[in-house]
Design a protein around this ligand. Sequence first.
Ligand code: NAD
Length: 468
Amino acid sequence: MTASHGFLADVTNMFNDAAKIMSLEEGLAEKISVCNTTLTTRFGVRLRGKMHTFEGWRSVHSNHPSPAKGGIRYAPYANLEEVEALAALMSYKCALMDLPFGGSKGALKIDPSEWAPHELERITRRFARELARHDFLSPSQNVPAPDVGTNEKTMIWIADEYRQMKSSDINANACVTGKPIAMGGIEGRIEATGRGVQYAIQVFFQTPEDIAKTGLPDRLEGRTVVIQGLGNVGYHAAKFLSEEDGCKIIAVVERDGSVRNPDGIDIEALHAHMVETGGVSGFAGGEYDSGSALSDACDILIPAALESAIHDGNAHEIKAKMIVEAANGPITYAANTLLRERGVVIVPDLYANAGGVTVSYFEWVKNLTHIPFGLMERRRDEQGNRMLARQIESMTGHQFPEGAETFLDGAREIDLVRSGLDDKMRSAYGEMSRLWNSSDDIPDLRTAAYIIAVRRLADIYKALGIGG
Ligand code: NAD
């Protein structure tokens, strides 16, 4: 497939690099790479005394397996091409993570900050109706989640609207993920993408042959990190890496400029400042300037804002040894080539930010089974653990020290979610790393990730009798 430039073309080019190495039959490569269907909808909502027309999209890149899964973005710059690129990434991400979902993405061309919550609710409910009417919203066909500009509240409005339309569908709540716990959500979903970024970096630093390619010391503790975007994903990734892994977040880049602190920024304090003021300017815990710290010297750069942040115009300035793509598509195809030639190791988006969709999968399963994770076995496990502890104490004549109770506890939902996420992140990384290290034809982790994903999709298409 040919591609010019732009986000969609970048994703297609990355796909093509993998397809070439796999010698994928051409017709099949094209079938996998194109978006199956894209809905464009324009609908009116009467607000502030007049009719406003809104434009939105929902694209299904693949619906094998079903349902198709992917976030909904509210942004004034949203457009069809971006939605199709993000939908394609979702297909590859779900295939790489071995989740039973096709890929989808949606967007509404709107600046959410310009509308009051009750107005956003009406707009969202109307959008949800349009999506459901065209079979782009349903627990079995298409399941959205939050993305840039949307959140738990947006998801409740969508789920509630869908429930009203399909009141006899007992699984209606599973039509979206990322809901609040009280409304059928799952513990750990809000933090999931940032948590997944943390797990991705942890497993990278447990893989000596891959660390060696960066020239970094083999310990995560003490690594310096620059983060672009302290939103949902960036905030959680920065928080966990600094509080739990001993990383130093030496700079945060936001819309209004950058904050630097060589001793490490207090992420909770900066986040509180951003919630209060809307930006990083004026933060007392670091040096502020209106420029970008993206090219500051650091060990790990984490772009967690938007696509194409690193492009052929600024890639040569990047000094990080390793880039972890927490955002979708933050490095253009051209910049990816330049950085690879300079030996910068990139942990690709379809893996690095897959924590969100992985925990969404757990939420969807929870909604379909109508039972919280751990409910049936938690107390039983605790009894077993206590019995074992008593036996060990009586056999050894020693007592477990005070504070050992946590090991006796049965797993709560949050423990199971984190365990499942950690397992998925570890196994996907292991596959990518082994493939990357197995052949000189595979130049980077991104190509390895695409090959694994495309192979899984090709197998599905072949089993269905499409191609091959
Ligand atoms: P968000 O809106 O919560 O956060 C984005 C942050 O980036 C905001 O703080 C914003 O101010 C900042 N930002 C925007 N433009 C910027 C710029 N030019 N320079 C610096 N900072 C800028 O969004 P999010 O949910 O954290 O998503 C961020 C990225 O992660 C997106 O690419 C999204 O598609 C991807 N992603 C999100 C999830 C999820 O679960 N939320 C899952 C997978 C991938």
